[in-house]
Design a protein around this ligand. Structure first.
Ligand code: 6PG
Length: 636
């Protein structure tokens, strides 16, 4: 076997397709044991079948559990082959329980007439042919199975299986940039046999896959390519291929090249930061060719990709099942050991979620930057700030807090490295998409915009320098910032940021009928991703009770407790002219969201005045729209 891990090869199909014949032959060829599932039926099942009655699901349950146990026992020592009809998905779920990554399905396919003819020729078979019809009706074709036509000779069928399992790899990765390389090593270290591909660009990218394979011992079993067709042909069917190429046009170009070599029922996963509308378009394009497309957000950066990222796959749920064992094995694990990967929802929802993840990430980063700036203003050096932030860990720990502490401690000779870095923030566009999304959906997730615009503002360095000189003022940037207040302000701003992010997801889910599960999304984000933090664990529980954290009693108590500190820090910072766009946006959002009587009545009146846009009246519960002639006599 090419895989380093033992496998259970389930040979499945309706009665009469030749499962035992193939199982026996394959067993000899591969020198691994074969078990005929029929031998493991409880006696009562055999009796029932012999009298011509079909088994019901209850009858089958005990039998399937026996086969699952048989598979598990054998896996402790070696690979094995088990023949079992396993016609329904629910049966296969029992058969593969706890051993998903070790299971390979081979479906023997034949026409009704062909199979009936075979059965009629058999002697002493306990399955009456009358049951065949119901077998064909029950067959739910497993998308993840290698399907082989029984018109092939048994010898040929065994050769096909052998070629697939011995010569081909299980999973393919296209694009060996930083993330593609780390994910490849992650897959390989979990015992998967993978094919890796990187394009050949003369003088620029040559033999990338081969050199990469040579560099890391865990890749010794993997197959490197720089020719796409060879790469595709090296994969077991149905093929599972992950694209780790630059988001945007490159994804389309690669899909167009790839599609020529793919077969029906293959699955392509886009693991990049693609826009969810592009993902939807690609899902539709490939669907016409019966190829599945999964848009999977992947978070965790280089280290996460290597050791366990958070994965957010969206698209066709049945197609997800094909790649589920692979993605869930390489994903990070939550505090209960469950994978930080789960099916998110239909269409482009996986990539949508990743965009919002990045929106929350932008704000989390910006809030830390604002805290840093406030602390710098009151004469703390980077190391002192790192110490303050370290002392906050019991209250507001997060991956981003931890890396910020590390960053602030980093020195180059006598100098703090942070002081040597040009203060112009870059971005790759996902924060922009998150901001556009929130405005398109009409949801006030305002902090995302504030963090994005803070990055944009930072890029006008030359103008900032000029204006600092032109707008000299006498403000002495010293304030009585109370560190405890700053911690509380930061804590509340984070809560509001998370509220806004999840609110955006909730509303998008409603308007797209995605039926997203907020608690599960928060759970997937408890480990592996950039915004992981104990707060996310708390939110995963909170979202089991409510869709809006502002209506959780526990959160309301926290907000009330923290609010004066946030007000205080924002006021002090503004008086001292310290830019704090995200902290102040948190205050403004909170003030607006908790104000029963807003000033929007005046906006409505203004709209009606100049554009006859009409308005509704408080005392008219019918929701009727009114228009006033604002220049009428009473005004004159
Ligand atoms: C992650 C990150 C990752 C990356 C983005 C954001 O979840 O692992 O979000 O996807 O950091 O490219 O980058 P920008 O800050 O450059 O927009």
């Amino acid at each position: 076997m090419k895989t380093k891990r033992p496998l259970v090869i389930f040979i499945i199909g309706v009665s009469g397709v030749g499962k035992s014949t193939i199982g026996n032959l394959l067993s000899k060829q591969l020198s691994i044991p074969f078990f005929d599932g029929d031998d493991f039926h409880p006696k009562k099942n055999k009796t029932k079948m012999a009298t011509g009655q079909p088994l019901n699901d209850e009858d089958r349950y005990e039998w399937l559990i026996r086969l699952n146990n048989l598979a598990k026992e054998n896996l402790q020592y070696n690979s094995c082959i088990i023949a079992s009809s396993a016609l329904k998905e629910s049966y296969r779920i029992i058969l593969k329980k706890d051993i998903e990554t070790n299971v390979k399905w081979i479906l023997l396919n034949g026409s009704f007439v062909q199979v009936l003819d075979r059965i009629n020729k058999r002697k002493n078979h306990f399955m009456p042919t009358s049951l065949l019809n119901s077998q064909f009706e029950s067959l739910e074709v497993p998308l993840e199975a290698l399907q082989i036509d029984i018109t092939n000779s048994p010898k040929k069928i065994v050769t096909i299986i052998e070629d697939e399992l011995l010569k081909k790899s299980e999973f393919g990765i296209i694009g060996l940039g930083v993330m593609g390389k780390s994910l490849s090593r992650n897959f390989a270290s979990k015992g998967f046999v993978i094919s890796i591909y990187n394009r050949h660009a003369k003088g620029l990218e040559e033999n990338v896959a081969l050199s990469f394979k040579k560099e890391f011992s865990e890749l010794s079993n993997s197959m490197p390519f720089d020719k796409l067709q060879d790469f595709v042909n090296s994969l077991q069917q149905p093929r599972k291929i992950m694209l780790m190429v630059n988001a945007g046009e490159t994804v389309d170009i690669v899909i167009e090249q790839l599609v020529h070599y793919l077969s029906e029922n293959d699955t392509v996963i886009d693991g990049g930061n693609s826009h969810y509308n592009d993902t939807q378009r690609r899902v539709n394009f490939l669907k016409k060719k019966n190829i599945h497309f999964i848009g999977a957000g992947i978070s965790g950066g280089e280290e996460g990709a290597l050791k366990g990222p958070s994965i957010m796959p969206g698209g066709n749920e049945k197609a997800y099942k094909i790649v589920q064992p692979y993605l869930e094995v390489i994903a990070a694990k939550d505090d209960k050991g469950n994978p930080c990967c789960n099916y998110i929802g239909k269409n482009g929802s996986g990539h949508f979620i990743k965009i919002i993840h990045n929106g929350i990430e932008y704000v989390e980063m910006q809030l830390l930057a604002e805290v840093y700036q406030i602390l710098r203003t009151i004469d703390n050096n980077p190391e002192q700030i790192a110490n303050i932030l370290s002392s906050w860990k019991s209250e507001v720990d997060s991956y981003l807090l931890e890396i910020t502490i590390d960053i602030l401690k980093k020195k180059e000779g006598e100098k703090w490295l942070i002081d040597e870095i040009l203060d112009k923030a870059g971005n790759k566009g996902t924060g922009n998409w998150a901001t556009i999304t929130t405005t398109e959906l009409g949801i006030p997730s305002t902090m995302i915009g504030s963090a994005l615009f803070a990055r944009y503002l930072s890029s006008f360095k030359e103008e900032r320098i000029a204006l600092k000189n032109n707008l000299i003022n006498n403000i002495k940037k010293k304030s009585n910032v109370n560190i405890e207040d700053l911690l509380k302000a930061y804590q509340l701003a984070r809560l509001i940021n998370h509220h806004q992010g999840f609110k955006l997801i909730f509303e998008a889910s409603k308007s797209n009928s995605w039926e997203l599960n907020l608690s599960e999304i928060a759970r997937i984000w408890t480990n592996g991703c950039i915004i992981r933090s104990p707060l996310m664990n708390e939110l995963s529980e909170t979202f089991k009770e409510t869709d809006n954290i502002f209506f959780s009693k526990k959160m309301i108590a926290q907000i009330k407790k923290l609010r004066p500190s946030l007000n205080n820090i924002v006021s002090q910072s503004i008086l001292n002219q310290i830019p704090i766009p995200s902290l102040s946006e948190a205050v403004n959002f909170l003030n607006g969201y908790s104000e029963a009587n807003s000033s929007a009545n005046l906006i409505q009146a203004q709209r009606d005045y100049f554009g006859a846009h009409t308005y509704q009246r408080i005392n008219d519960p019918t929701g009727e729209y009114y228009h006033t002639n604002w220049k009428s006599k009473s005004y004159d």
